[in-house]
Design a protein around this ligand. Structure first.
Ligand SMILES: C[S@@+](CC[C@H](N)C(=O)[O-])C[C@H]1O[C@@H](n2cnc3c(N)ncnc32)[C@H](O)[C@@H]1O
Ligand code: SF4
Length: 451
C-alpha cells in the first residue's frame, strides 16, 4: 500500500472516530419539562421539513421514524401536522422551501395535497420536495401534484432482483424490470424526478453496482442519488439478517466508480448527481443551516440547537391539539461544534465560500478551524481557490463518511426517543455509547483491507 493510501486511510479513520466522539460527547440531550416555543431570528432563512411517518411495510435497512399505515390514524396525523404548521406560522416563521420526508409521503394523496396547499397558503414556499416509494408514482396520481411538488425522489435502492428480494421490496414494488417501467412512465410529470439508490450493500459486487448505474442512467431522470449504506444500532441486525455480513468494505472503491461514472453529470453534493446544475438539491441539511421540522419525530435546527419533536404519535397529537409545543427535548452545541457542522455541510455541498461563511457565522474560519483546515490540507482533502475551500476527490469521500456518520448519530437520537413518551437518562447514556459503525472500522484496520 502506497504512502498516499496510508495517509488517506488514517484520515478517514481519524475523521470517523472524531465524529463518533463528538456525537457521543457533544450530544447533550436535554429532556424538557417546560414549554419550548420555536421562534425565528431576524434575517435568517429557514427551511421547513414535514415528516410523514407511515409505510405499508418496513424495509430492513431503514431506520427512519415510521408506523404501519392505517388510514384513520394517518388522517388524524395529517390534521395535526397542518395544525402544527399553523402554530409555526403564528410564531412568525416564513419559508421559501419545503421538504416532505418519510416514511412514504404520498401514502395518502388527498391528505398530502391538503397539507401542501395549506403550506403554500401560509408561507412563501417556492420549492417543494417529496419522497415516495415506487407504488405511488402512477402518472394519473402524480398529475394532481403538478404545481405542488417540484421534486419527487423515488426509492429504488437497487435494480438487482436478488437484492430486491432480500430486502423484501421485490414483492412490494416489483422486479427490476417492473420498476424501470414504472419510473419511465412517471418521468416528466413533475419538474424533477430523482432516483434513490444504495451502494455498498453487504456482498454487493462491482458488476451489480455498474449495472445499477447503467440502468439508472438509461432511465435518465433529472437526478440520481447514491447513498452509502448507513448502519446504526437500529438497523445493524436486520441488515445482517436480510443481506448478510460483508467480508470486505467496498465503500471507497464503489464511491470512486460512482463518481467516475457520473463525470458527465453535475455533482450537486457528495452523493447526488444532476443531469444539469439547475436542479434542486437532494438534502435539506446541506442547503439550509437552520430549519424547522414539523411532525412526529421531526428534528429542527434552530439557533444552533437540535430541537426534537415528540415521537410517540399519541403524545404528539395530544400536544398539538391542546395548542402545546410538541417539542420534548433539545440538544445544544458549542460554537466550535456548530462551526464544524456548518463547514462540513457546505463542503459536502461542494465548497465553502470563506467570506460568506465568516459573515454568516460571525467567525474567522481560518483562525477558529485552524487545526482542522491544516489537517485536511495535509491529507489532500481540501484546497483553496478563488476565496473558496473546495474538496478534492478524496475530500468528497471524506465528506460522505462524515455525513453518513452524522446520519447514523441521528439514528441514535431516534433510538432514544422511539415510541417512549417518558425518556430515562440511563437509556440515553446506553444508546449514545453504542458503537455505530464497528464493522466499517474493522475493515479499515484489518490486514485484508490493507492489501
Ligand atoms: C426515508 S426513505 C423514503 C423512501 C420511500 N419510502 C421508499 O421506500 O422508496 C428515503 C431514502 O433513504 C435511503 N435510505 C434509507 N435507509 C438507508 C440506509 N440505511 N442507508 C442508506 N440509505 C438509506 C433510501 O434510498 C430511501 O429511498
Ligand atoms: S425505505 Fe421507504 S418503504 Fe422502506 S421502511 Fe424506509 S421509508 Fe418505509
Amino acid at each position: 500500500m502506497g504512502f498516499k493510501n496510508i495517509i488517506e486511510r488514517f484520515a478517514v479513520n481519524y475523521a470517523h472516530n472524531t465524529m463518533q466522539k463528538s456525537l457521543y460527547n457533544g450530544l447533550n440531550i436535554d429532556i424538557l419539562d417546560q414549554k419550548y416555543v420555536k421562534t425565528p431570528r431576524e434575517n435568517t432563512e429557514y427551511m421547513l421539513y414535514a415528516h410523514v411517518p407511515f409505510c405499508h411495510t418496513f424495509c430492513p435497512y431503514c431506520s427512519f421514524h415510521k408506523y404501519h399505515y392505517e388510514q384513520e390514524l394517518a388522517k388524524i396525523y395529517f390534521e395535526n401536522l397542518r395544525q402544527e404548521m399553523r402554530q409555526v406560522k403564528a410564531a412568525g416563521f416564513d419559508f421559501g422551501s419545503l421538504y416532505v420526508g418519510g416514511g412514504t409521503t404520498l401514502i395518502n394523496e388527498p391528505e398530502l395535497e391538503k397539507t401542501l396547499v395549506l403550506a403554500k397558503e401560509l408561507f412563501n414556499i417556492k420549492n417543494v420536495s417529496c419522497e415516495s416509494d415506487p407504488n405511488h408514482i402512477q402518472p394519473e396520481n402524480l398529475k394532481r401534484f403538478q404545481g405542488l411538488i417540484d421534486r419527487l425522489s423515488v426509492g429504488v435502492q437497487s435494480f438487482d432482483d436478488e437484492t430486491l428480494k432480500r430486502v423484501a421490496r421485490y414483492e412490494k414494488f416489483g422486479s427490476s424490470e417492473a420498476l424501470q417501467e414504472k419510473l419511465k412512465k412517471a418521468l416528466g410529470v413533475l419538474p424533477v424526478m430523482s432516483l434513490d439508490l444504495i451502494f455498498n450493500l453487504p456482498n454487493q459486487t462491482k458488476e451489480q453496482l455498474l449495472n445499477d448505474i447503467k440502468i439508472a442512467k438509461s432511465i435518465a431522470p433529472e437526478q440520481i442519488t447514491f447513498y452509502p449504506l448507513m448502519k446504526s444500532p437500529l438497523t445493524r441486525d436486520a441488515i445482517a439478517k436480510s443481506l448478510g455480513v460483508a467480508d470486505s468494505d467496498n465503500e471507497r472503491e464503489f464511491y470512486e466508480i460512482i463518481c467516475e461514472s457520473f463525470s458527465d453529470y453535475h455533482q450537486s453534493n457528495a452523493w447526488a448527481f444532476g443531469r444539469d446544475s439547475a436542479n434542486l438539491r437532494d438534502e435539506y441539511v446541506g442547503s439550509h443551516h437552520e430549519y424547522v421540522g414539523v411532525g412526529s419525530g421531526a428534528f429542527s435546527f434552530l439557533n444552533g440547537e437540535l430541537v426534537i419533536n415528540a415521537f410517540n404519535l399519541l403524545d404528539y397529537g395530544r400536544r398539538v391539539k391542546n395548542g402545546e409545543s410538541p417539542v420534548i427535548a433539545k440538544c445544544g452545541f458549542t460554537k466550535k461544534e456548530r462551526l464544524k457542522y456548518i463547514f462540513l455541510t457546505e463542503l459536502f455541498d461542494g465548497g465553502v465560500n470563506i467570506a460568506k461563511y465568516d459573515e454568516f457565522n460571525g467567525a474567522n474560519i481560518k483562525k477558529e478551524l485552524f487545526a482542522e483546515l491544516n489537517l485536511l490540507k495535509l491529507v489532500g482533502a481540501i484546497h483553496e481557490e478563488g476565496g473558496r475551500i473546495v474538496p478534492t476527490g478524496f475530500g468528497r469521500y471524506l465528506c460522505l463518511v462524515l455525513m453518513r456518520d452524522f446520519y447514523a448519530g441521528m439514528d441514535k437520537v431516534r433510538a432514544i426517543f422511539k415510541d417512549d413518551a417518558k425518556i430515562k437518562r440511563s437509556k440515553i447514556l446506553r444508546i449514545m455509547s453504542e458503537e455505530t459503525h464497528a464493522d466499517f472500522e474493522d475493515a479499515l484496520i484489518s490486514p485484508r483491507a490493507a492489501v
